[in-house]
Design a protein around this ligand. Structure first.
Ligand SMILES: Cc1cc2nc3c(=O)[nH]c(=O)nc-3n(C[C@H](O)[C@H](O)[C@H](O)COP(=O)(O)OP(=O)(O)OC[C@H]3O[C@@H](n4cnc5c(N)ncnc54)[C@H](O)[C@@H]3O)c2cc1C
Ligand code: FES
Length: 485
């Protein structure tokens, strides 16, 4: 399950942090959001360093489909209804500025990252009216989207909206082009942050005037309460050779027909089959993508298959800005709702302005503090504390007869003396047992047969069958204790 980007690109390595540091700004997390934020801060005169738990680009960024577009699903009609024309226009304008900023950086540094301007299409196979409404909405916001039924898709559509001059690229080649310029420490996991002090797992700490959380899902639960305001959705992608050529990037807007298409060099990347993390109880998603490709392009060959997940905010607007009113010197970039390429650039531009006290008209639209009242905050505090209090470190013994009856390759939850235990029997017959209690806030993990992992339906943490942490917000392997504030 390695993405097409990983196949072609090995990013440069950086050393871990080995001594204490002082700096103006520290960025936690080396995905697209963190690297871009550190890059812009540096280029705007702020001294900055970046701490990455693993390798840069190794989180969701290596598994994106890397469309840089403002066509964020059928969003603008809804946005106009909910936040009004002016704020919706600011959202659209911010994402347009993001495309231009990518182009400017790529041109300035002459980065060969397969960046190209192409149109982006949102289509429907069943509902012409909703597409027409969206065209009207984006035109009302002054954007040149147009209605069409002519596409290069391998099936007919009821309608599509065509956004001209959007962009696509190779995300890791781009990161490589800008990362060398930044002070980066890899294999440096941050365990906790206290006011201006950032403590790493290996011991050294960083003291900074400004702390930026770009860890995909923020790992500090309180303050901020992001775990109450986001869930994660997983989807799948595959690259094929010998498949069709597209005249742009495409995304389906129907619940059961959400297929995404784009070309990258000689490959066609097909994506789709989204579901909430922790609810993938069958092995069907990847197979469905492969079946569709075989139907549409019988001669095609699978070159790579992979999956990824993203944080979904309730209003589909990312949380970019101050982490919490109680920590005005902490910042966050999350909730990208599967549009983290343009949103990461918006985050980098907005956060670097906030830090330099430069007024930015996008601040209110993306503010993480929007819609929080005193009573919801109190409710969140009680709920979060209850779940965390129930955490225990546990490794279970499972009786022989249970293990013998497991089929090779099978995993699932068994109940032993009132306790739930996660069990998986590997192809070589070895059995692995884990606690099924998520170390983030205590939800029960679900077995993911497709990816042989334990996934949390609450906020999307994932663990390997051996219990090793794959995706946050959890910060520990299964069975570990939550480091919380
Ligand atoms: C299938 C799929 C396709 C997508 N396609 C597109 C697309 O075409 N266009 C688009 O705009 N968006 C797309 N997205 C969304 C986009 O890929 C993501 O929003 C984006 O990559 C997120 O970047 P990030 O920097 O926030 O997170 P990540 O890339 O996950 O980076 C976070 C980093 O933080 C590090 N980290 C975590 N905890 C710690 C810690 N405690 N200490 C130090 N480091 C830490 C992690 O190791 C990781 O490297 C897609 C999403 C999915 C699921
Ligand atoms: S990810 Fe929050 S409880 Fe599991």
């Amino acid at each position: 399950m390695e993405s097409i980007w990983m196949r072609r690109e090995k990013l440069p390595n950086f050393q871990p942090l080995t001594s204490d540091k002082k700096t103006e700004a520290v960025v936690i997390g080396g995905g697209m959001a963190g690297i871009l934020t550190a890059y812009l801060l540096k280029h705007r005169g702020v001294s900055v360093l970046l701490l990455e738990a693993d390798r840069i680009g190794s989180g969701q960024t290596k598994n994106t489909t890397a469309k840089i577009a403002l066509s964020h699903n059928l969003l603008y009609d809804k946005l106009i209804q909910k936040i009004g024309r002016e704020a919706a226009g600011l959202y659209l304008g911010a994402n347009w500025e993001a495309i231009l900023k990518y182009e400017q950086i790529i041109t300035e540094h002459n980065i060969a990252c397969m960046f190209e301007r192409v149109p982006s299409f949102l289509y429907s196979v069943s509902d012409r009216e909703k597409i027409e409404k969206e065209v009207e909405a984006v035109n009302y916001l002054g954007c040149a989207g147009e209605f069409t039924t002519t596409t290069s898709l391998p099936f007919p559509v009821e309608g599509a909206i065509r956004y001209p001059a959007q962009a696509q690229f190779h995300p890791l080649l781009f990161l490589e082009g800008i990362a060398r310029d930044i002070e980066i420490y890899e294999k440096t996991r941050v365990l906790r942050v206290e006011e201006h002090k950032v403590f790493t797992e290996a011991g050294p700490k960083v003291e900074a005037d400004h702390v930026i959380f770009a860890t995909h899902y923020p790992f500090v639960n309180r303050p901020g309460y992001y775990f109450m305001r986001m869930h994660q959705e997983r989807s799948y992608a595959a690259a094929f050779s010998g498949a069709g050529r597209m005249d742009g990037m495409y995304l389906g807007t129907d619940t059961k027909w959400d297929y995404s298409f784009r070309n990258s060099g000689e490959y066609l990347i097909l994506g789709g089959e989204s579901h909430r993390t922790g609810e993938n109880l069958t092995e069907a998603s990847i197979r469905k993508l492969r079946d569709k490709a075989a139907l549409w392009w019988p001669q095609c060959r699978t070159e790579a298959m992979w999956s990824a997940q993203d944080c979904m905010s309730p209003d589909q607007i990312p949380y970019i800005g101050r982490y919490s009113a109680r920590r005005p010197y902490w910042y966050v970039a999350t909730g990208f709702s599967k549009w983290g390429m343009s949103s990461s650039m918006v985050a980098a531009m907005l956060i670097s302005d906030l830090i330099r006290k430069v007024p930015n008209p996008w601040e209110e639209v993306f503010s993480p503090q929007r819609g929080i009242t005193l009573s919801t905050a109190k409710h969140m505090a009680v709920d979060g504390t209850k779940a965390a209090a129930g955490l225990i470190k546990q490794v279970f013994a499972v009786p022989d007869h249970v293990l013998e009856n497991l089929t090779i390759g099978e995993g699932g939850i068994v109940e032993m003396q009132g306790q739930k235990v996660g069990v998986y029997k590997r192809e070589d017959g070895k059995v692995f047992t884990v606690s099924v209690r998520c170390p983030h806030l205590g939800c029960q993990l679900e077995w993911n047969p497709q990816e042989k992992s334990w996934d949390c339906p609450c906020h999307g943490s994932r663990f390997s069958y051996k219990g090793k942490l794959i995706d946050n917000p959890a910060q520990n392997d299964i069975g570990g204790m939550q480091d919380d504030q």
